[in-house]
Write a protein that binds this ligand. Sequence first.
Ligand SMILES: Cc1cc2nc3c(=O)[nH]c(=O)nc-3n(C[C@H](O)[C@H](O)[C@H](O)COP(=O)(O)O)c2cc1C
Length: 412
Amino acid sequence: MTVMYLDSFEVREKTLLTPFKIAQRTTFLEWESQPTLFKQYPHFCYRISLHDIEALSWLSQLRCITSLRTVAQKPYYQLNVPSAGNLKPLEIYVQVRNVAGVLCGIYHLDVITEQLVLIQEIEDDGVESYLGLTNRFNGFIVMMSIVPFRSSWKYGLRAWRYCYLDLGHQIGALNATVRHFGLELTKMSHYDDNGLNLNMGMGDDEFIASVYGIGQVGNRPVKELKNPLMKVAPTNYTMKDDQLSSSIRNTPLYLEMYDVRQCSNYISINRNRRSAREFFASNMKDRAMAILMQTSVPKSLEVIAIILQAHSMHLGVYCKGQFSIAGNYRNEVIQLLLGQRFIAGANMVLLIYAQQFTAHAHIEAGIYAQDIYLTCEHLGVGCSGIGAFYDNEGSQWSNNPLLYAVAVGGKS
Ligand SMILES: Cc1cc2nc3c(=O)[nH]c(=O)nc-3n(C[C@H](O)[C@H](O)[C@H](O)COP(=O)(O)O)c2cc1C
């Protein structure tokens, strides 16, 4: 059977949220059937703690558990990066070469144990050959993958959007972490995305979606991997959604470089960030809103700020930081965002539109939103990404498609 590959226009059409679709929802989620959220390599694989070797310590801030509770008798993990529905549809792999004290190899980042788990040693071979490099890359090559079923289990095909937004948040965290540790990202090239996925042991349920280097290209030539890596399922079970997987498989790797704002107290910001569940509008200063409106916006995006409550700023619509239409849009914004009541307390909502509805624009919306999260934490205000909205109602403020929103407001 041939699978129809949906282009991003078709994905948008098929994943629109409308009041009719929401009213039709009759099923309730059986949380017992939630697929596992963290990939586990076999116990016999060699492991290194991220805290044992100085050169690895930055990886302990890249994707890490920052809150652990018990909910319905199961551990409930939250990470340094937000995630739609907290479903965490991502994994990270790192190729390490010529880093003192670390065996050269391809590792999985085990977020629960804060370890690198060795999947395969490398010598004169490596993933460089699938990324347009002819020579060995000394340092780290970070590969981020998407595991769509973790999100589609709850959201169906709309998971396509959330997987890419989540990935953007993770790339934003990579940028900020690398910068904090005085390291630099190196851009990789497209060469053989399929070869990379096949040789990294990805199957039909996981896809490498973005890659960056941290280090330098050396003088010695590199060969293709001698053997493909072992295949380990990213979830305890999976259900096929051919349209979702083929659309993700056919999306080229995201390799773009993007600069993020630097915060002096990054480690505490990275570990303390949480999505706001309620807002206290009188506790947010107008100045904080002005600072947030100055956050740099990737070229693919258009951000419209709607000020809902303020001390002395005009309420209404701001484009590129400039006041453009006066008005109290609180009810319209709450309605747009599926009537999520806690947004009533927000001071401001940032609506993130893109010229084109593409996977890469979603990633950039996530990168931008991660910057907003970090800046909010730095400014002592709360925020939450909002991926649930009625798509068509977003068009009252822009002709472009709405990809994502961030609600911002005072903390208690
Ligand atoms: C892409 C994306 C979409 C989200 N959509 C919503 C949303 O519609 N409503 C909401 O209350 N929270 C939303 N969130 C916030 C998540 O619920 C939150 O990140 C998750 O529960 C983990 O909590 P934490 O961010 O405090 O770690 C979203 C987050 C992301 C990254």
